[in-house]
Design a protein around this ligand. Sequence first.
Ligand code: COA
Length: 175
Amino acid sequence: MIRLVPLSATPSAEVETLLDAAFGTDRQARTAYRIREGVTAIDSLSFAAMEEDRLVGTIQAWPVVVSHNEGADPITLVGPVAVLPDAQQKGIGKALMVRLLDAADAGASDAMVMIGDPEYYGRFFGFTADATAGWDVPGPVERHRLLARIRRPGGIAPVGMLGPDTGFARRAAAA
Ligand SMILES: CC(C)(COP(=O)(O)OP(=O)(O)OC[C@H]1O[C@@H](n2cnc3c(N)ncnc32)[C@H](O)[C@@H]1OP(=O)(O)O)[C@@H](O)C(=O)NCCC(=O)NCCS
């Protein structure tokens, strides 16, 4: 029996151990970590999957922007999505994604980007590389794995640079 809880209720050391198990200890060199450098995860879009008292999966989301000539469009960076190797293929990844997308569609985010396998995030969750062809990232990326899911009227700038949204926490506190 899997329970989903807010990630903020889970000790961060346990989350880091799980991420090392899913992605390896060199994961912090990945481009996704540069995109969201210095920002804090979005509470309302970050969840942990518990099997009894064991942490078996996590999903995190981060405030980032696409910077362009006329300004910066806010967008949510999704990931990592991680499930412990011995708990994979049991629907936990899907459950975490569905919870995040439900919260997003209820108002938490109308535009999301991630680096991941299109065979998973496209097939099950509607993420595609269509909108991302003109976006730069601060590091190497396989272009077909830079995926977005955009529901915002008017969309997001087609050309720009992905990077941290350093004003997010201040704006959220003021709202
Ligand atoms: C990718 C991951 C999050 C999926 O979670 P999961 O709980 O194992 O997967 P689910 O049980 O929800 O989904 C299983 C289905 O997804 C498919 N699937 C799982 N990972 C996949 C991948 N990387 N590419 C394509 N398909 C994948 C399975 O084949 C299965 O398909 P089926 O329903 O047709 O049999 C998990 O395997 C994981 O943490 N992997 C290591 C980290 C990683 O690579 N993350 C992705 C980049 S962000």
